[in-house]
Design a protein around this ligand. Structure first.
Ligand code: DC
Length: 225
């Protein structure tokens, strides 16, 4: 496994990419980089500044002008990294429902994707990285050594999200979560630029009937191969 350097994990929302990516990175001693956090950071910033999400030029300008710092976690509060923008730690703020509801719109803008892809590629090419997203194997790092496409049915993904929320002691409506999962899938996979799809040389893992440990073992065996 020693000369492996770039592992790309793509797949739809809530398919377990972050859990798998974080665990693989920890096991291999690699950097874990969840690229969705960058799209979330731009969405949060646009909301914060009162920018209309439909104003593609203004949102794209934010992505071009504002650097997003992705750093190793400085707190042990469940985060996988720190996201800092404008000197502010926004790691948890970018998980707000308002960001969830708007991030697919922002991620579909070509100007936003171009600006963030340049930053992601620069980090990825340093190697020893597990990079997670929707277009890592197809666009950001097509030269990745291992490409995994982690999938699960919309119903199973909504069930997991629902459970996560209940475990935090909050309430949520399953049907509402399922309709949001379906909506995000539709936007992510039908956009013109870098749509969500497996790379031709990606290995597909369907996690519908696998738990997190089984997914990890399967992915690890691909890395060893
Ligand atoms: O994985 P996530 O839910 O945090 O991703 C947030 C949004 O960003 C989601 O709508 C898909 C988009 N995204 C993307 O288009 N390309 C990536 N490489 C990562 C995320």
């Amino acid at each position: 496994m020693s000369d492996l350097s770039i592992i790309a994990i793509d797949g739809p929302a809530a398919s377990g990419k972050s859990t798998l990516g974080f665990r693989l990175a920890e096991f291999l001693g690699y950097l874990y980089f969840d690229t969705g956090l960058m799209y979330r950071a731009i969405t949060w910033l646009a909301l914060q500044r009162g920018i209309d999400m439909r104003d593609e030029a203004a949102v794209s300008r934010l992505a071009e002008d504002i650097p997003i710092e992705v750093a190793a976690p400085s707190f042990e509060d469940g985060r996988s990294c720190d996201i800092v923008v404008d000197g502010q730690d926004i790691t948890w703020k970018i998980r707000q429902p308002e960001v969830d509801a708007n991030v697919s719109i922002v991620a579909a803008y070509p100007g936003v994707r171009e600006a963030l892809t340049v930053q992601q590629r620069r980090i990825g090419l340093r190697g020893r990285v597990v990079m997670v997203g929707r277009d890592i194997g197809t666009v950001v790092l097509p030269e990745a050594d291992v490409k995994i496409y982690l999938d699960a049915s919309a119903g199973e993904r909504a069930r997991r999200r629902h459970e996560e929320i209940l475990q935090r002691g909050e309430t949520a409506d399953f049907d509402d979560i399922l309709s949001k999962v379906n909506k995000r899938d539709r936007i992510d996979s039908t956009r013109d630029v870098a749509p969500l799809k497996p790379a031709d040389d990606a290995i597909l893992i369907d996690s519908d009937k696998l738990d997190a440990d089984q997914v990890f073992q399967k992915a690890l065996s691909l890395c060893k191969r």
